[in-house]
Design a binder for this molecule. Sequence first.
Ligand code: AMP
Ligand code: MG
Length: 482
Amino acid sequence: MKLSNSYERLGDIFYETVLPEPVKDPNTFLWNRKLAEELLLSDSLDLSEKAMAQVFSGNTILSGTEPIALAYAGHQFGNFVPQLGDGRAHLLGEITDQFGQRKDVQLKGSGRTSFSRNGDGRYALGPAIREYIMSEAMDALGIPTTRSLVVITTGETVYREVPQPGAVLTRVAASHLRVGTFEYFAARQNHQALERLCDYAINRHYPDLQGCGEERFILFFEKVMKRQIALVVEWMRVGFIHGVMNTDNTAISGETIDYGPCAMMGVYSPNTVFSSIDRHGRYAFGNQPAIAQWNMVRFAETLLPLIDKNEKVAVDIARSYLDTFSGLFKEQYLKMMSRKIGIAELLPSDHQLIFRLLDLMEQKQLDYTHTFDRLTRSISSEATEKQIREELGDWYAEWLLRIGHVVDAEPQALMRRTNPVVIPRNYHMERVIQACLESGESTAAEAFLDALLSPYATSSKTRQYQHVPADADIGYQTFCGT
Ligand code: AMP
Ligand code: MG
């Protein structure tokens, strides 16, 4: 495995050079063969399974690699924390995948660093399985996300509410730059470092901007903002609730990152929250667009000194871009929602059709995924049509009339591409993790993943994961501090 590390060249205030803490008895629990192929690992990494477990637990450091823990800050639940950083992660380096894209390879749960504060630097197996399944499911749904290459069990115990087996997860990401990375240097008023960081991010993620001179900073901001908008629209498409949209968990690349207390919405309600610590619903399903916008305001603030030397001018420029957030979001959200109901060319009169459907779903406590799946199938199945007609009443008749007027497009095919049949539902996720922990085997996770990797077509694999008991999500809670 050939790893480079371009981040190291930024200078040592950006990270700490630190080795992973060895673990007792590393064994491979989940291995993502497909991702390994994409990363061209099998060509370059000719190791026995035992040796692989040593590498991806952090016990063996491949020659030429120098692991680092990245420095970053962040707003957590609205409060600024000037220093967070990788408290339980080590960036091994970067690898070029089969598409020529540079990817970070990072160990998570690999021990303490100078950013650990009171944490133990470790990751429990349950949450590592959860992150692996969730991130791979999101990728299969077509949503930008960090990926999971491998879960290694450590043979050690980590102490949370209850003692749990320990694990190290290898995360693969377009990069680990976050809004919080920029906040770290902005808070220290280190404008030179900030500029270096921007140029690094531009070079890595938005190379088109390299020739844009002084304007590159605001254009960089605009690109990041647009990717955040696109990302959150995608979350809303499938009912994903991130759960902890702090600025340190907001990737500059536009990928979903940090699968801590995330969950999937079953019954539709914009107020849906599962995270045990999110008592005020800051990160509720329907609040995600507003939070993404809030995070982008924080991001813009970090760039002000680069946008213009005159602060007032910089603020005015930044504001003119930030002011476009709501309009852009609404436009893309409506476009996405219209595809969910089979309309490729949205008309202004369709807005109320979309919002009335959402209202109905909320009032009648209908499942978000099931409703769109049924709507899709109702076009060709009389039995499904009868069922959904009963649920949606007049709305259904009106919708049929509308899509009857769609020309040059196939509503059902469009809906099928937009509406998944299977998502990583909380109920199944918990049962699968439980089965893995009880048996010490990965069979249940592999079977679940197998279904989640083809989320847009019902099959013998998906069927057992499409449904849950009616009360499955009542009282369901997810946790940070995993
Ligand atoms: P998160 O809530 O996972 O985004 O983490 C927030 C911060 O806490 C980051 O700086 C993490 O590196 C750090 N952190 C979380 N869990 C641990 C842990 N078990 N040990 C050390 N640091 C941790
Ligand atoms: Mg985080």
